[in-house]
Design a protein around this ligand. Structure first.
Ligand code: FMN
Length: 176
């Protein structure tokens, strides 16, 4: 798959095959892709906690508050993405420029994660709705959780949807 094909194929999966595990080598390829992601000052200010088995079930319960993300307990793997410290240069840049590079770095890392998962034939859903305190307790984290990603194979009856997106003219302008 070339990148455009990956971008077309990737979609949020909310219907997992709960009994089909994620192969170890595919998981490793996904994590390696995150390792290659760019970040401000190459600081990689994040931690990924891969939750499987009982810890996946425990984290899934933390993303399902108020009836949200009901599908999450069917995903065999949940990856918790939490912040880590900035490297000094990125911290200085963020302070002087008033910019949140860490969130950007996490966003890029998660884009790599989901793209590689698609390339490996797997499915993901990025989750921004979760109980930070509870997940920190389960995973033993001292820094804020920023995203959780469900990972697994889609159920057989899950279909590829057509993409709903803004037109390019709604968010692109050219300055020549
Ligand atoms: C930062 C972020 C947070 C999100 N949080 C959730 C969530 O909590 N639950 C959910 O089902 N989808 C969540 N999504 C998925 C978006 O709804 C989805 O990416 C968007 O509607 C586009 O659809 P697609 O991913 O299928 O192309 C989130 C996506 C992002 C990038």
């Amino acid at each position: 798959m070339n990148f455009f094909e990956i971008a077309q194929a990737r979609q949020s999966c909310r219907n997992y095959d709960a009994v089909r595990p994620v192969e170890e080598e595919k998981l490793q390829a996904i994590l390696e892709s995150v390792r290659l992601a760019p970040s401000a000052c190459n600081g990689q200010p994040y931690r990924l906690t891969v939750c499987r088995g009982k810890s996946a079930a425990a984290v899934a319960a933390c993303v399902m508050g108020m009836g949200m993300n009901k599908f999450a307990d069917k995903a065999p793997v949940l990856i918790v993405i939490s912040e880590d410290s900035y490297v000094k240069s990125a911290a200085l840049g963020a302070k002087f420029k008033g910019n949140d590079y860490r969130s950007m770095d996490i966003g890029i890392a998660v884009a790599y994660l989901t793209a590689e998962a698609t390339a490996q034939g797997l499915d993901t859903c990025i989750l921004g709705w979760f109980d930070d305190d509870k997940i920190r307790g389960i995973c033993g984290l001292n820094h804020p959780v920023r995203l959780v990603v469900t990972l697994g194979y889609r159920a057989e009856n899950d279909v590829q949807r057509s993409k709903k997106r803004k037109d390019l003219s709604d968010f692109v302008s050219f300055c020549d």
